[in-house]
Design a protein around this ligand. Structure first.
Ligand SMILES: [Zn+2]
Ligand SMILES: [Zn+2]
Length: 138
């Protein structure tokens, strides 16, 4: 994996760089991600908090997570791309929407989580571990 890993929104107004190896990767099937992304799940890259460098102006929308924490969902106010998050319960990890990477093919999910919210038309890789809600280790 080459660093920085780069990505950005649809219109290019917001760009980001990831300067360290992701801590994990998984598909989140929760309802908030479904609504935020506009499809069945969000492919999430979990990156070390300080490793994510953002340029450009973005907005945040706060959603309440199951644990009672606030998930601030960062998106481009121009084109609406859902880019990354900031969870009030964690100063160690930031979730990044892997679909917005410049090279999304480097994303290799190792789990599905929040499968309790998954839609019947959502196809999942049967070989990946499944978690009803958040995995314990994240
Ligand atoms: Zn944009
Ligand atoms: Zn989610």
């Amino acid at each position: 994996m080459k660093f920085p890993i780069t990505g950005g929104c649809l219109c290019g107004a917001v760009k980001y760089e990831i300067h360290a190896a992701p801590i994990g990767a998984g598909n989140c099937h929760c309802r908030s991600c479904q609504k935020s992304v506009g499809t069945a799940y969000m492919p999430v890259l979990f990156v070390p908090y300080e490793a994510l460098k953002i340029t450009g102006t973005y907005k945040e929308y706060a959603t309440r997570s199951d644990s009672g924490n606030t998930m601030n969902r960062g998106f481009c106010a121009e084109c609406g791309s859902s880019l990354f998050g900031r969870n009030s319960g964690s100063d160690k990890i930031r979730p990044v929407n892997a679909a917005t990477l410049d090279d999304p093919s480097i994303y290799h999910p190792h789990m599905d989580f929040w499968v309790s919210d998954a839609q019947p038309w959502d196809f999942m890789n049967p070989d990946l571990p499944k978690f009803d809600k958040n995995p314990k280790h994240l």
